[in-house]
Write a protein that binds this ligand. Structure first.
Ligand SMILES: [Zn+2]
Length: 77
């Protein structure tokens, strides 16, 4: 994918901080690889990254209390 779904702008490889707001806690994942629109800033994650984010959130949210900040990593935590 190299055009933005929203504004048809250019998307380029980038990283961003992904924040997941759960009922009881907030998970902040830093340096997540994504494709980011240079025009509107919309970020797109690959299926692989999306899946990994879900795993990280699931793992972290089961042991955390309120706010967790973790670095993205492609391998199992
Ligand atoms: Zn855009």
């Amino acid at each position: 994918m190299n055009t933005c779904f929203h504004c048809k702008g250019c998307v380029e490889p980038s990283t961003r901080t992904h924040v997941v707001d759960l009922d009881k806690c907030i998970v902040i994942i830093r340096n997540v690889p994504c494709m980011e629109c240079t025009q509107c800033g919309e970020a797109y994650y690959s299926d692989e990254v999306q899946k990994r984010l879900d795993e990280i959130v699931k793992t972290v949210s089961s042991v955390m209390t309120e706010i967790a900040v973790v670095e993205y990593s492609g391998s199992a935590a």
